[in-house]
Design a protein around this ligand. Structure first.
Ligand SMILES: Cc1cn([C@@H]2O[C@H](COP(=O)(O)OP(=O)(O)OP(=O)(O)O)[C@@H](O)[C@H]2O)c(=O)[nH]c1=O
Length: 616
């Protein structure tokens, strides 16, 4: 790959870096690029839960930063620059996205989380090509991301605070700067170092080669139909005249789309014979890339489920990297089928393909192998074995409503030991990822006893006892669940402050406690059952006692993507449903709980805390 000529081609263009990051400026100017710096005013507040992956979030933020600058410059000068570059760097660990710390305590929380562990750094990059025709701004976006894995040493509290007091963490994602003092915290790095610093230069150059070496189909089409080529950049910069292949086809996970001045749109491909899809010479509708992704979404889920079921991630965690033929032997499957499945997993970001064979990404090691503390393997298996077939009845459930569909092919009760365990593992995986955030959403230190109703494996109980040294927690769940809880207690971390009690919260006496917890329980039930349960809790709870409810609360604005499948789950599964804050608040108040407060516990859950009022 020839790097400098491709950077050289940009020298003929007015290039703007839409970033205030001094590191990005330095990396790009060292590479010989000439550009202006116009920091973006885009507020980095996108809803993380609405993105399928952390890097999708970073890419979208990068894109919005660049688009904001392009539009602002166009408005101001009536002429936008030729190219605007935006980037966003995030640090991710255990499903959490860490951006820049807001204060020293926040930096401490981030660095403690990274301490002694491996994490990923993603930078999303957007390259926006601007073209102004008749004062109209036409924008075309190319985007990609790069991942680097960084391992921190075990660091003492003292060192962490010394580092925080140096002031270095404050303007850096994850609260550290690998290029300076923060380099001392790092044991090893896998991948592009500059990507951690804030800009993946190598991938950027490859992207430029891809963009500027091959004229894209849409450019050829536009040259043919429009009198003025919209982006003169490409004809001028092309090395390979007349080559008709479409680099977007070979895009390595990055996108390639078009945005309009007042909103984002994806570029339509040329219709047959290079005409637009209407055959009229007018612009075809935007290419519905997101829609096609949705249409294909079930294939991606199924590929993940099958790879989990065949234990691909377990095999690679122990023995990877391995060639397809060796993996096929270990999972007892055909070589050609295995190879295809593995390549799909690479495309989905679950595996990496190296010269030595396939290996797990960190995501797969942590969440898709079956043995990890934060494994979601059983959640994937539960979705495959249980929800997949229920969802084939979605049409019926929608036509007839939950209650009509319920009972026909309704849920088989979770009976066999295997099913119970799979269900418990599935719940446990999710609870392990959310328990700490639920436990710390409010200060619960005034309570000395709690009862977690339907607390399953005790994941939340453990987070609560770790957080509150005075608190004793009783986990109350069905006998068939309590029977298996010992499998889920981590060796060496048992505490006599947690006890497990078998029982049915609709029938049996509830244990005595200062605080009653219903975490992801109420959405499972219809209103009459919710009222029955809340009235049982209310009559057992002493005045001044508390109720803690964790649920994903429906919002008035269009629901976050993450909560949508859950609301459909409930349609095909039980008669329960998601509820909004006023409804939950009303239910709690009706059952004698006042001062209901709300806190967010990460992207997937909200927590409400109410106090039992004295009876009138
Ligand atoms: C992990 C790490 C990050 N960073 C800096 O963290 C900021 C991320 O924040 P951002 O939101 O992507 O960028 P920004 O600084 O707010 O600038 P902008 O592009 O204007 O949003 C960027 O600065 C990066 O260099 C380092 O300097 N070293 C490191 O090891």
């Amino acid at each position: 790959m020839v790097l400098s000529p491709v950077i050289g081609k940009l020298l003929q263009k007015r290039v703007v870096l839409a970033s205030a990051s001094p590191r990005r400026r330095e990396i790009l100017s060292h590479a010989g690029l000439r550009f202006e710096v116009v920091p973006s005013r885009f507020k980095e507040k996108l809803d993380k839960a609405s993105f399928p992956t952390p890097y999708a979030y970073a890419i979208e933020t990068a894109k919005q930063k660049a688009l904001e600058v392009a539009r602002r410059m166009h408005q101001k000068d009536l002429r936008a620059p030729d190219v605007v570059i935006g980037a966003d760097t995030i640090v991710t660990i255990g499903g959490l996205i860490l951006e820049k710390p807001v204060d020293k305590q926040d930096a401490y929380r981030m660095l403690s989380r990274l301490n002694g562990k491996e994490h990923s750094v993603f930078t999303g990059v957007a390259i926006v090509h601007c073209c102004t025709t008749d004062a109209q701004l036409d924008l075309e976006v190319s985007e990609f991301h790069e991942e680097t894995t960084v391992k921190f040493s075990e660091l003492s509290e003292e060192l962490l605070w010394e580092y925080i007091d140096s002031g270095e963490p404050m303007d850096k994602a994850g609260g550290y700067g690998i290029q300076a003092l923060g380099g001392m915290l790092v044991e090893h790095v896998r991948g592009d170092f500059l990507n951690v610093v804030g800009f993946p230069l190598n991938h950027f150059c490859k992207k430029l080669v891809e963009l500027y070496s091959l004229p894209r189909r849409e450019d050829l089409r536009r040259v043919k139909h429009d009198s003025i080529p919209p982006v003169d950049t490409f004809e001028n910069l092309s090395d390979v005249e007349g080559s008709g292949s479409d680099p977007a086809q070979g895009d390595d996970g990055g996108g390639h789309g078009r945005a309009e001045a007042d909103g984002d749109r994806t570029q339509a491909p040329a219709g047959p014979q290079g005409t637009d899809s209407h055959g009229t010479g007018e612009s075809p509708p935007p290419f519905p890339a997101g829609l096609l992704e949705l249409i294909d979404g079930f294939k991606a889920s199924k590929a993940l489920f099958v790879a989990c079921k065949l234990n691909v991630f377990d095999v690679l965690k122990v023995d990877g990297p391995l060639k397809a033929v060796d993996i096929a032997g270990k999972i007892d499957a055909s070589v050609c089928g295995t190879e295809r499945l593995l390549d799909v997993c690479v495309a989905l970001g679950l595996l990496e393909k190296t010269d030595r064979g396939y290996r797990n990404t960190e995501l797969a090691d942590v969440h898709l192998a079956s043995d990890g503390e934060y494994s979601l393997h059983s959640l994937a298996m539960h979705s495959n074995d249980h929800f997949w077939s229920l969802f084939t009845d979605l049409e019926l459930a929608v036509r007839e409503g939950a209650s009509a569909a319920f009972g026909r092919k309704a849920e088989e009760p979770v009976q066999s030991k295997h099913k119970t365990l799979q269900f418990m593992r599935a719940m446990h995986g999710f609870a392990m990822l959310t328990a700490r955030q639920v436990a710390t959403a409010f200060d619960l230190s005034q309570f000395t006893s709690a009862c977690d109703l339907g607390g399953c494996t005790g994941a939340l109980a453990r987070a609560l006892t770790q957080e509150y040294p005075r608190l004793k927690v009783t986990v109350f769940d069905l006998p068939e669940v309590i029977e298996h809880v010992t499998c889920f207690q981590p060796e060496g971390r048992r505490t006599d402050r947690i006890s497990f009690m078998p029982g049915d919260f609709f029938k049996d006496d509830l244990p005595e406690a200062d605080l009653y917890i219903l975490s992801r329980i109420l959405h499972e039930w219809p209103d009459d059952k919710v009222c029955e349960l809340l009235s049982r809790v209310s009559s057992r709870c002493k005045p001044g006692g508390g109720i803690l409810v964790a649920e994903k609360i429906l919002e008035d604005k269009p629901a976050a993507r993450g909560s949508l499948p859950a609301s459909l789950n409930l349609l095909v599964r039980t008669q329960g449903r998601e509820r909004g804050l006023p409804e939950y608040r009303g239910l709690l108040e009706r059952h004698g709980f006042r001062d209901v407060r709300l806190a967010h516990a990460g992207d997937r859950l909200d927590v409400m805390l109410g106090t039992r009022a004295s009876p009138p």
